[in-house]
Design a protein around this ligand. Structure first.
Ligand SMILES: Cc1cc2nc3c(=O)[nH]c(=O)nc-3n(C[C@H](O)[C@H](O)[C@H](O)COP(=O)(O)OP(=O)(O)OC[C@H]3O[C@@H](n4cnc5c(N)ncnc54)[C@H](O)[C@@H]3O)c2cc1C
Length: 385
């Protein structure tokens, strides 16, 4: 592998040529879907959408040091980090628990951004109590026939595939009759009904399954042994494999001070309202502490230390910190934060308002903050029940 210095040069010149100016906006939520899709496809041609995955599955084959260089260089030019259900959740889970044939079939199209995935976990009667799910899959020759209903499915309206949890043995104890199954979305028997989110976006849906078909060899892990696969995927969703990303995100949370300067003006170099100043300072300290904790987790992972229960801590703290930040931003904006449409408000104010609204959801998806606290109490702090 190239030395870190020569690799840095290689990354710089590749980015100069392939990362268009209009993509350099910092985070994916500032890009249109099609612009982000195009950027992922571009990264995929070089294997850098999944830089740590083996090259035989379409990844970059980079070790953690080289991955860190790539991430740093991308951050420097504000190129959005790659992401999505395939790259962040299903891919890492398949790498650990899939068969070679399953990896060969599903990972390269994820790397090239040819398949877009959604997650079919939640059901109307199964959210926090996920193992209560009722969607059935019944074996029929080389296939499974899937019947039931999923809800709160992010990205379902434009997804090509769903990874989902289904009940394959209704008579077994509830955690033991579940399988982890993949199936294509574009088929008869799959109906997607969009749900509008609080910020106005419509990439969210209910999914009705009535005789949808899945290949029997698209069960990941053992039949009826899907609960273990499901839990591992949730750890990836909560950020276990991406402490660097969370650390970088925390470092970018510097917008509040600028916003305060803009909105309230400065009095002899100080914000006029001491209570607000104190809250902003506290927020900056919390963001710093979180960033450093995530950086330490990344160093520990690099050193090959066993990951502790970083997933729940990271998800819990990150989402609560984000909500506090947006609450503060709204307080700073005052009545300028009450806009919904263009009249009388500028684009950045409207974006702030919508961001504040959607941040409410961050402590719900991937397991609510209450559920993360339960896990931390039980598995990290070992508090007896
Ligand atoms: C924006 C967004 C995107 C999502 N995307 C997806 C997706 O792509 N795929 C998918 O499958 N799901 C998705 N979800 C669903 C999400 O995983 C569930 O909403 C979440 O797990 C909570 O389940 P629930 O909504 O059924 O609430 P419930 O489980 O009914 O919980 C209701 C309330 O009770 C509390 N509660 C429940 N049990 C306990 C307990 N034991 N101890 C303490 N408090 C408890 C909860 O914290 C919550 O406040 C998404 C949700 C949101 C908001």
């Amino acid at each position: 592998m190239a030395t870190l210095d020569s690799f840095r040069d290689e990354v710089r010149s590749w980015l100069a040529e392939h990362c268009a100016e209009e993509v350099r906006v910092g985070t994916r939520d500032r890009l249109s879907r099609s612009a982000f899709d195009g950027w992922l496809r571009e990264l995929g041609t070089r294997g850098w959408a999944a830089p740590g995955w083996p090259t035989e599955y379409g990844g970059g084959g980079l070790d953690r040091e080289h991955q860190a260089v790539l991430a740093e260089e991308m951050r420097t030019i504000r190129a959005p980090a790659p992401g999505g259900f395939g790259l962040n959740m299903l891919g890492p889970t398949l790498l650990e628990l899939g068969t070679d044939e399953q990896k060969q079939r599903h990972l390269p199209p994820i790397c090239r951004h040819e398949t877009i995935w959604c997650q079919g976990y939640s059901e109307p009667g199964a959210g926090s109590d996920l193992a209560g799910l009722q969607t059935r899959a019944v074996r029929d020759g080389d296939e499974y026939v899937v019947t039931g209903q999923k809800i709160w499915t992010t990205g379902a309206p434009h997804a090509d595939w769903m990874f989902c949890l289904v009940r394959t043995d209704p008579d077994a104890p509830k955690h033991e009759g579940i399988s982890f199954l993949l199936f294509p979305m574009k088929q008869p028997g799959v109906e997607v009904a969009p749900i509008r989110l609080i910020d106005g976006s419509e990439h969210f849906a209910q999914v009705f399954l009535d005789g949808a078909r899945a290949r029997a060899d698209d069960v990941i892990g053992p039949v009826n042994g899907g609960w273990t696969v499901a839990k591992r995927l949730l750890q990836h969703e909560r950020g276990v494999s991406n402490p660097e990303g969370r650390a970088a995100g925390a470092a970018q949370r510097k917008g509040l001070i600028d916003l305060a300067r803009e909105q309230l003006g400065m009095h002899e170099g100080k914000l006029a309202d001491p209570a607000l100043r104190e809250r902003i300072a506290q927020h900056e300290l919390d963001a710093q502490a979180f960033g450093l904790t995530m950086r330490r987790a990344a160093e520990e992972a690099r050193a090959g230390q066993v990951e502790r229960q970083i997933a729940s801590m990271s998800k819990f703290y990150w989402s609560e910190l984000g909500k506090r930040e947006q609450d503060l931003a709204m307080q700073l904006l005052g009545s300028r934060g009450l806009g919904w449409s263009g009249e009388g408000f500028d684009g950045s104010e409207l974006a702030r308002t919508r961001k504040w609204l959607i941040t409410r959801a961050d402590s719900i998806w991937g397991g609510t903050s209450e559920i993360q606290r339960n896990i931390i109490a039980k598995r990290v702090l070992m508090i007896p029940e």
